[in-house]
Ligand binder design. Structure first.
Ligand code: AMP
Ligand code: MG
Length: 346
C-alpha cells in the first residue's frame, strides 16, 4: 500500500473507533471532569455534578435527577395552590376531627419532621405556616404587629399534627393550621435526586439544592469531595472547607434570607416560642450520614436552639456532626468533625 492508501485506512479506522465509542456511549468524558447541570428550582439554585464512565448514562441520570427536584418543588410549594402541600393545608385545616388523605411522600416528610421536632424540643415547627406568611420574606418583608403575630402563632401546634403512615393520612387537630415545608424541602429534594442517580447506576456525585448538599461516593481518583461552608458575615468567603464522602450537609443562616428595617436584620428562621427571628446563631451546618432531609431539619432546629442546647442534641445523635457560629461569631465544632474541617484564614 502506498502512503495515501495508508492514511485513508487509518482515517477510516479512527472513524470506526470514534463511532463505536459514541454508539456505546462509553467514552469516559466525565471521568476527568464531572458533567454539571444547574437549574433554578425550590426558590434557589440547584446544581448536580456527576462523574461516570458512560457519557450518555451520566447525562440521562442528571436530567432525570433535575426533573425529580422539580417534582418535589411542585409537591412542596406553599405558595402554589396546586401543590400537594397546599391541597393538604386546604383539606386538613377545616377538619380537626377527621384525618385526610395525603401522598406517601408528604407522610414521609411530616413523620421525619415530627420525630426531629420532638428531639429538638419543638425548635423545628412545621406548623408555623401562617406566621411565616406574615413576615413575607419571599417578598419585600414586613414586621408584623404583635397582635397579628399572636393570632398567627395561636394557629401553630406541632403536637396537634398527627400522621398515620399505614393509612397515609394527616390530621390537623387545630383549626386553620397550615404546614410550611421550607425548612426541609431542599434537603428532601436532594435525597430524592440522589435516589434517582443511584438507581441509574451513578456512584460519584454532588447534588446541591441551595444550602443543602448530598455527597455521593468519592471522586473517581478516590479523593473526597470538597464542600465549602459559607462564612455568615463575609459574602462569597468560606468559613472553612470539609473533605467528604457519602455525607449530607445542610447550612441554615441568618444571611440567607432577610430584610433590614430601621437598621435591624430580620431573617427567615423563626423561634416557634415567639414567632420572631431566632437570635442565638448566625449559622449552623449539619453533616450527617443519615439523610439530607434530616440534615436540613437539624440545621434549622439547631439554629433555633443555639450553641449550648444544639451541641447537646448533636452529641446524642449517631453519625451526626455540626458547626455552629453563635450570635457573637464564636465557632463551635463537634469533636467528630474537627479532623475533616479546614478553617479558612481570617
Ligand atoms: P432553612 O433554610 O432550612 O433553615 O429553612 C428556613 C425556612 O424554614 C424558612 O424560610 C421557613 O419557611 C421555615 N422555617 C422558619 N422557621 C422555622 C422553624 N422554627 N421550624 C421549621 N421551619 C421553619
Ligand atoms: Mg432546614
Amino acid at each position: 500500500m502506498n502512503k495515501r492508501t495508508w492514511s485513508i485506512v487509518l482515517m477510516l479506522l479512527l472513524l470506526v473507533l470514534t463511532a463505536a465509542a459514541v454508539l456505546s456511549g462509553r467514552n469516559g468524558k466525565y471521568l476527568d471532569e464531572p458533567y454539571e447541570k444547574e437549574k433554578v428550582a425550590l426558590d434557589t439554585l440547584v446544581s448536580i455534578k456527576v462523574y461516570g464512565e458512560e457519557n450518555r448514562q451520566v447525562e440521562q441520570a442528571v436530567d432525570l435527577a433535575i426533573k425529580e427536584i422539580e417534582k418535589v418543588d411542585k409537591e412542596t410549594d406553599y405558595y402554589d395552590p396546586r401543590s400537594d402541600i397546599s391541597q393538604l393545608n386546604k383539606n386538613a385545616a377545616n377538619n380537626s376531627n377527621t384525618p385526610v388523605p395525603a401522598s406517601a411522600h408528604l407522610v414521609e416528610i411530616i413523620s421525619t419532621c415530627k420525630e426531629l421536632s420532638r428531639l429538638s424540643g419543638g425548635a423545628f415547627d412545621l406548623t408555623l405556616g401562617p406566621v411565616i406568611e406574615l413576615w413575607n420574606f419571599g417578598g419585600k418583608g414586613r414586621v408584623p404587629s404583635a397582635h397579628r403575630l399572636g393570632n398567627a402563632l395561636a394557629l401553630a401546634d406541632m403536637g396537634g399534627l398527627k400522621v398515620d403512615r399505614k393509612k397515609s393520612t394527616v390530621l390537623f387537630r387545630r383549626l386553620h393550621m397550615q404546614l410550611d415545608l421550607g425548612g426541609v424541602a431542599k434537603g428532601y429534594a436532594a435525597d430524592r435526586a440522589v435516589d434517582i442517580l443511584k438507581r441509574k447506576g451513578i456512584d460519584s456525585a454532588l447534588v446541591t439544592t441551595g444550602s443543602t448538599t448530598v455527597v455521593l461516593g468519592a471522586k473517581p481518583d478516590g479523593k473526597p469531595w470538597l464542600v465549602g461552608i459559607q462564612h455568615p458575615r463575609k459574602e462569597g468567603k468560606t468559613l472553612g472547607t470539609l473533605e467528604l464522602t457519602n455525607e449530607n450537609v445542610s447550612t441554615s443562616g441568618d444571611y440567607q434570607r432577610y430584610f433590614v428595617r430601621n437598621g435591624k436584620r430580620y431573617h427567615h428562621i423563626l423561634d416557634p416560642k415567639t414567632g420572631l427571628p431566632a437570635n442565638r446563631c448566625r449559622s449552623v451546618t449539619i453533616v450527617t450520614k443519615k439523610s439530607c432531609t434530616e440534615a436540613d431539619i437539624l440545621s434549622t432546629a439547631v439554629f433555633v436552639m443555639g450553641a449550648s442546647k444544639g451541641l447537646d442534641l448533636l452529641e446524642t445523635l449517631a453519625d451526626t456532626e455540626g458547626i455552629i457560629v453563635d450570635s457573637r461569631g464564636k465557632v463551635h465544632v463537634t469533636a467528630g468533625l474537627e479532623p475533616r474541617l479546614s478553617m479558612s484564614d481570617e
